[in-house]
Design a protein around this ligand. Sequence first.
Ligand code: KG4
Ligand code: ZN
Length: 356
Amino acid sequence: MKILGIETSCDETAAAIVEDGTKVLSNVIASSIDLYKETGGVVPEVAAREHIRQISPVIDKALSDAKVSWQDIDAIAVTHAPGLIASLLIGVNTAQTLAYIYKKPLIPVHHVAAHIYANWLDRENENLEFRVLSLEFPILVLTISGGHNELVLMKGHHDFQVIGETLDDAAGEAFDKVARLLNLGFPGGPVISKRAEKGDPSAFDFPRVMLYEKNKSHFTKTSPDKYNFSFSGLKSAVLREVQLESADNNPRPTEKTINNICASFQSAVIDVLADKLVMAADQYNVKSVHLAGGVSANQLLRKTVRERLPSNIELLWPEKMIYCTDNAAMVASAAFFCPKKDIDAKSVKVNSQMKL
Ligand code: KG4
Ligand code: ZN
C-alpha cells in the first residue's frame, strides 16, 4: 500500500511516499528555517506563507522522485494536530482537495504519533525491518522535539498512554532558547551539541529538575510528577550564568565559557531525560525503548541512554537523521499502521492543541 504523507505543522513543508509503512520511496522537505536566524524562533505568519509557496512543488516532487502517478497512491495522510494553526490548515486543505479530486481516503495523523512512527522507517538496510514490525508491545517512547516532550507507553499500534509530559518547556525548546541567550542562532540543538563537544560538562552545576524525591539509597516512586519534565528553571539558571559572565563590561561570555555553558546545559537536559526513561522502562517492564523527535538526533543522549539502560532492552532511534526532525515519511508510516483508514476527507478537522 502506497501512502502520500503531507506535513506542514511548523516550518517544514514536506511530502513523502511510503510503501507499507516502512519503505520510503521519496521524502521531500522544504524548510523555511533560514528565515528565522534573526528571530531565534519560527514566525507563524511567515511559515504559513512559505507553506503556500512550497506545498504544490513539494508534492509534485514527492510523486516524481518515487516514480509514481496518482493512480498508484492508495491513500493520503496529513498532519492535522497539533501545531501552528495557519500552517496546519494549509496542509489539511491541500490534502482534502487532493483527496476529493483523486478520490482517495484521507487519514488524519497526530504529529507526535508521526514522530513515533519515524522509528518504523527504512529499516531494511540493517535487516531491521522484520524486527521493527515484530517488536513486542509495550514499547516505551521518549518523544522530544521543539514543541513536544512526552514519555509514551505504546501498548499496540496507535494505542498510546502518555505517562509523562513537560510542565513548561520541551527539551528542544530549551535548546533553542539557550542558543538564543548565547546568540548562537536557530535551531539551538545542533549548534549547542557541537559547541558542547569542546566544553566541560562539569564547569557549571546546572539544576536537574527531577520532580520526585531521589534519596541516597532509594527512589520515592510515588510522586505524581515523577515522569513529568520541567526545563524552565534550567533555562533561567543558564540566563543568570550568562548575565554574570557578561558583567564587567564584557559584551558576552568568552568562547571557552560558551562551550562550557553548552556542555553543562546539555548534560543537565540529558541527565533528566535518561533518568526518567530508565526508571519508566523498569517500572513498565518494556523490552524495547524508542527515541523520537528532533532532540533524538543528539548523539550524547543516544550514548547516555544506551549506557544506562539494561543491555537486554532494545534501544532504537530513527534510522536516518532526517527522520528525527519534521518530515512527511513518518506521517505516511503512522497512517499505514492506523486501524481506521476509510475516513471521509470532509470530516478531517485541524486542532492546534490536541493531545496524543
Ligand atoms: O521534531 P522537530 O523537527 O520539530 C518539532 O516538532 O518541534 O524538532 C526540532 C527540535 C528543535 O528544538 C531543535 O533544536 C532540536 O529538535 N534538535 C536537537 C538536535 N537536533 C535538533 N536538539 C538537541 N540535539 C540535537 N542534535
Ligand atoms: Zn515535530
